[in-house]
Design a protein around this ligand. Structure first.
Ligand SMILES: O=P(O)(O)OC[C@H]1O[C@](O)(CO)[C@@H](O)[C@@H]1O
Length: 954
């Protein structure tokens, strides 16, 4: 017969007989099918079962395996976007409620003495008093059953939480008690909690508590110590042997003896008179682990009045079958004292053992909870299927092993929870906690959805044809991805994003828009960045020419509260001001108003985008263990590859329809991690080549849009995987999943930053070039001229500039010779970055792409192809502050077009020149290998010639 199948007559059923001696049998087990099938009810009716206890290991067994819970999981996922922890809790609460219902008659019949079901607070909180109290209250309210007991560990930190919970009128089951001392503290906490109620004039009636004293685990430890000593030839072998299987029960008897003194004490009597119920001792851990002992040793050895034994199913069955019911608990108490005395005399470390058991108990429940949440998260991902992006790792064995080890470290150290609780020591322990609001911004935005949708409707109603966003880096790249990926939406303006000071490029954008029907978005978190300020000044001036006094009504800004741009917007009568959040840095801001406002303007379905982002957030939640957490997995691959394998070139390729993700990603990765001489170097958009052109410094990321993949890319990645290169393939099943990936990559970057050991939220080296630029523009304003600047060499239309050290290393009379000398400085593991301060249009992008591929194939080095000044607000941080592995070629040109900056002497052309100079200056100062090639005269012809020279030089 099994616990699933009761049916013995009352008189013959030892379980039922326990009641005669005042002991209540509870079941240490819960499972949905068990309750639903009526088996639990049968145990109540036929075995006199009086309660149920659960713990994380029990739920792990119940939910972590099998299909019992699948229908409900599917149903929840159909309607809600939740994390694994919430899913677990929803399932657990349903189980607890159902069991509480079955036991409610017992609760009533026994006048609230029995009939309880226990639910444990998260084991992760076992060392945190306040969090445990909050969790106890939350679960108590969430379950909403009077016969619920909240389980709280009897740790040093748990005891005050027990007191607070009791004082709040919550029934408490104190778990993980091993030692008499810990038990005494818990007894005190219980009494103090009730006294607190009395002193506040509140009732103490009907508040139940049990103290779960763990039994068999003590014998396992002590007997193990005994066996080791005997095996080592201990001279007390006989005496030691006599104690095997005795210490745990003796220890429990002493606890009971203490309880008897407590309930007789005047202090307790006062509470009893007020109607308080005593906290009963509950024997837990009562299955026999040592098969040489009786299988019901810890049940029939501890029967006594006003106690509970919570029995696992198999032991329950065994006891029903052959348990002996005699009042053992109060028998031979002197013998129990003697056993403990003898154990001490023999040097058995009972105190040490109980201390270890508490730690092991807490850890064991954490492990079980990790396994449970991991199983739920995996199931959730499988059920959601294509509603989530899919990630496949193809890693070389050594990297794979190291990544797995890192994930395990993250698990054992609880790092995902530390990240969510904003623990700055995950990085450098400085200001990181103040930069993590992006973790919860999606929830905030969903609450604000109506605001964005109203704004969207207003934009539509005003009939704008174009929208032009002016901003840099984090304030422009997210909107650019949205604009490029989703294109134009019927009834809404075309969203353009301008992030350049190149006059030709500004002119190109101006030509594309109809100012009288354009909405301008000035996007700057700090509000102080040079480019958006001067671009605003320029276009506002242009708008005034067309719209007169109404110019302001065509402008909005997204900026942080209190910024200079907020003042400008107010002064110039902007239509609207949207605010960023000061605790979100630019590159983490795409899901804040910096992305949502342009998305609204472009007519994107905002709820759909935010839901996708929310899926990203929930799959990276604190409750999702590292191995199932897509953000941690990705961050670990990137972090470990860079830290331990020199694979720091994150080579990003995306399907054509989502290609622009790379521009956003490179800022996120480079600005976040590239500092203190360390970091990730993003290599965006470098067309995949044969394995032979790559060094050992790459990790490949393939963002594949499965609704519109590119066959060539698929084939190239197949080859790379076959060649043993590390490849992470992320499949997006529709474009909106870029929002899920936005969140996931932010999380992964934070994780990689922690692994690399830097502050992932500052950009210390960006400021340096801004300062240099400012010096030059200020000098221009004062003198009307740029400071003198001499090339160290010339060749036809080319002039070459560099600081002294670089110039000295780059001897040569021809462009080819100088470039050759420059490239010759590149070593395996380095990268070459082409930094072009020219108009960024289709032709120049194509040019840059072709040239970079020649460099890569010639030098077998990774290549970055960037346009200035936009990269300064992006990858520029890593170029200056990251590893000193960059070989930089700056490309500048004469400007055919020049545009004024209203209110300044300097022009856009001067600004661009100042930016290029400032950038080169700082690269030189940092000892980086940097060369500037300036093209005089016709740009197109110059670029052609330069391409030839570069090809010849590599
Ligand atoms: O939004 P802001 O303050 O204008 O800054 C734009 C960009 O410039 C940077 O500060 C770098 O200069 C980026 O981090 C940021 O995204």
């Amino acid at each position: 017969m099994t616990a699933y199948d009761a049916g013995t007559s009352d008189a013959a059923n030892p379980l039922k007989q326990m009641a005669r001696f005042g002991q209540s049998p509870w079941l240490d087990f819960i499972q949905r099918s068990y309750t639903e099938s009526g088996r639990l009810k049968k145990l109540v009716e036929e075995d006199g079962l009086k309660g149920v206890t659960s713990n994380p290991s029990i739920f792990q067994k119940a939910m972590g395996h099998g299909t019992d819970y699948d229908p409900q999981i599917r149903q929840i996922l159909e309607h809600q976007i939740v994390d694994a922890g919430t899913l677990y809790e929803t399932l657990a609460i349903q189980d607890i409620r159902a069991a509480a219902k079955v036991l409610h008659p017992v609760y009533e019949q026994t006048a609230k003495v029995d009939g309880y079901v226990s639910l444990e607070v998260s084991p992760y909180l076992a060392r945190d008093t306040d969090a445990t109290i909050a969790e106890a209250r939350r679960l108590w309210l969430a379950v909403g059953a009077p016969n619920l007991m909240i389980k709280i560990p009897g740790t040093d930190e748990g005891a005050p939480a027990v007191q607070a919970a009791i004082a709040a009128g919550i029934n408490v089951n104190v778990t993980l008690l091993f030692s008499l001392n810990a038990y005494k503290k818990v007894v005190e906490a219980h009494i103090a909690g009730l006294e607190a109620r009395l002193s506040r004039g509140e009732s103490v009636k009907g508040i139940a508590s049990v103290a779960s004293f763990f039994v068999s685990r003590i014998d396992v430890k002590i007997d193990g110590e005994i066996d080791d000593r005997i095996a080592a030839g201990d001279r007390d072998a006989t005496a030691l042997k006599a104690l095997r299987g005795k210490v745990a029960i003796a220890n429990a008897k002493l606890a009971y003896e203490y309880w008897q003194t407590v309930v007789k004490s005047p202090r307790w009597q006062k509470l009893a008179q007020a109607g308080a119920m005593p906290q009963r001792l509950l024997w837990a851990s009562t299955s026999t682990k040592d098969k040489t002992f009786s299988d019901v040793l810890y049940v029939d050895g501890l029967i006594g009045p006003e106690t509970v034994n919570t029995i696992p199913p198999a032991t329950f069955d065994d006891f029903r079958d052959h348990g002996r019911v005699i009042p053992t608990l109060t028998q031979d108490v002197a013998g129990a004292h003697a056993v403990i005395g003898e154990a001490r005399r023999l040097g058995l470390d009972l105190d040490g053992v109980t201390r270890t058991l508490v730690d092991e108990g807490v850890r064991g429940f954490e492990e079980a909870f990790d396994a449970l949440l991991g199983a739920i998260a995996a199931k959730q991902a499988a059920f959601l299927d294509h509603k989530l992006t899919t990630t496949t790792l193809n890693l070389p064995a050594d990297l794979d092993t190291a990544v797995k080890a890192e994930l395990e470290t993250w698990r054992t150290q609880g790092n995902v929870r530390r990240l969510w609780s904003k623990d700055a020591t995950l990085w450098t322990g400085r200001d990181e906690a103040g930069w993590l609001k992006w973790l919860s911004i999606v929830d905030d935005q969903l609450l604000d959805l109506a605001k964005f949708e109203e704004f969207q409707a207003e934009v539509k109603a005003r009939g704008f044809r174009d929208a032009l966003l002016l901003g840099m880096g984090g304030s422009s790249l997210g909107p650019e991805v949205l604009s490029v990926t989703f294109g134009r939406h019927e009834g809404f303006p075309h969203l353009y994003v301008l992030d350049s000071t190149d006059p030709q490029q500004i002119r190109d954008f101006q030509d594309r828009i109809d100012i009288s029907r354009t909405l301008f978005i000035v996007s700057s978190k700090s509000g102080g960045t040079l480019e958006p300020n001067i671009l605003k000044a320029y276009f506002f001036d242009q708008a005034k020419k067309v719209l007169g006094d109404k110019a302001g009504s065509h402008f909005i800004t997204v900026t942080d509260p209190g910024s200079h741009m907020e003042d400008v917007a107010k002064k110039d009568g902007f239509w609207k001001i949207f605010y960023g959040n000061k605790q979100i840095g630019g590159r983490y801001s795409v899901l804040s108003d910096f992305g949502m406002v342009p998305a609204a303007i472009a007519g994107l379905p905002l709820k759909r985008l935010l839901d996708s982002a929310l899926r990203g957030e929930k799959s990276c939640a604190a409750s999702v263990p590292p191995a199932q957490n897509p953000g941690v997995v990705l961050g670990s691959v990137l972090g470990v590859a860079a830290r331990s394998f020199g694979r720091d070139k994150v080579t990003l390729l995306a399907s054509p329809a989502i290609y622009d993700m790379g521009a956003w990603l490179e800022q996120l990765l480079a600005e976040s991690t590239g500092k203190d001489g360390r970091g990730l170097i993003p290599i965006d958009g470098e067309t995949a080549g044969p394995a032979s052109v790559y060094g050992k410094d790459r990790v490949f990321i393939y963002l594949r849009l499965s609704e519109k993949p590119c066959e060539k890319q698929d084939a190239a990645f197949k080859t790379l995987i076959a060649a043993g290169e590390p490849v992470v393939t992320i499949e997006l099943h529709d474009r909106y999943q870029i929002a899920e990936e936005f969140f996931r990559w932010e999380f992964a970057t934070a994780v990689a930053g922690s692994i690399i050991g830097i502050n992932a939220f500052n950009q210390p080296d960006v400021e340096a070039s801004k300062i240099e630029t400012k010096k030059i523009t200020t000098a221009y304003n004062e003198t009307g001229r740029l400071p003198p600047y001499e090339p160290f060499a010339k060749d036809g239309a080319f002039a070459f500039y560099a600081d002294h050290k670089n110039a000295a290393a780059l001897k040569g009379d021809t462009a080819e010779a100088i470039l050759k000398a420059h490239f010759a400085r590149g070593r395996a593991g380095d990268y070459v970055a082409l930094l072009a301060y020219i108009d960024r249009d289709t032709a120049t992008r194509e040019w840059l792409q072709q040239v970079r591929l020649s460099v890569r194939d010639g030098l077998k080095l990774a290549t970055a192809a960037e346009f200035g000044p936009r990269f300064q607000h992006s990858t520029g941080q890593a170029y200056k502050g990251g590893p000193d592995t960059g070989v930089f070629v700056q490309i500048t040109c004469d400007d055919d077009v020049n545009l004024p900056v209203p209110g300044e002497k300097y022009t856009f052309s001067i600004v661009k020149e100042a930016q290029a100079r400032g950038d080169l200056e700082v690269l030189g100062e940092r000892g980086r290998r940097a060369l500037r090639v300036h093209i005089h005269g016709d740009l197109k012809a110059g670029l052609e010639k330069l391409a030839q020279a570069i090809r010849a030089a590599v």
